[in-house]
Design a protein around this ligand. Sequence first.
Ligand code: NAP
Length: 284
Amino acid sequence: MPHELQGRHAVITGASRGFGREIARHFARAGAHLYLLARDSGSLEETCALARAESADPAQTVAMQTADLSDLASLPAVFAALPAVDILVNNAGMQGPIGPFETQDPAAWRAVFAVNFLAAAECCRLVLPGMKERGRGKIVNISGGGATGPRVDFSAYAASKAALVRFSETLAEEVREAGIDVNCVAPGAMNTRMLSEVIAAGPERARQEYARALDQEQAGGTPPETGAELVLFLASQASDGITGRLLSALWDEWRELPTRREALARTDVYTLRRIVPLDRGLAW
Ligand code: NAP
């Protein structure tokens, strides 16, 4: 639907490049007012220029603010300068140290949690009071490889993304009655800077993933547009009532979900759960 975010104020973190930039372009075309956060001002300006050029309406706001999201104490001031936020996309992320867990610098390992998990949670904390006041809101948290299974040599990234998914499921239940939907998106393996980091780590550190990363670099990876369409759906009214889910842009039939809203709400489909023997047909 064209202009499905018309009049909505959306914050997108990590909008300076990669997937965040693609989300910003999708939201601009859908009519949203945009507030884009990241550290690199030059790259953010490039995203702003693209978003302005693609905006559905010349009156749309496209604003940027440089911010280091790992500086959690600075975030209240960043959000205080924004109008009431209708949509928050926690996209900023870092891959962090690559290699066996015990060989990694502890400070660098912990820094991944600050960006991927703690900053995302803090941004939620800052937008929730306004969303509750207005009785509506959309929060989309970008998950990543390792949230649903082991990702060897990427322990900080995997664990921080799993934490983000569990947090999102929990928050979704807390704010369900307030009309706020909280979901996670797995956008697929994209050829962004994160892929270049895996290749730069080399076969000694990125062991199992190195060859696959080289293949992906050649093959092209999942286009960022694929995930951005799902983020747009979860930010729009079309997804109202769909909450507490982790959806894969590549594998899930998310376009059909509006027709399955009630059925979905009665199940734990698209959530993180423990697998027991019966689930695998084992009579233990
Ligand atoms: P990317 O190109 O490395 O982009 C990461 C973004 O996060 C950049 O805009 C970066 O901006 C921002 N960021 C990182 N640290 C930050 C900080 N301390 N403060 C503020 N902004 C920060 O990677 P990407 O692939 O687009 O990743 C976007 C999201 O998708 C991440 O959450 C990632 O985990 C997720 N994801 C990616 C893949 C993939 O295959 N690439 C797969 C699944 C999920 P600045 O450097 O300008 O601050």
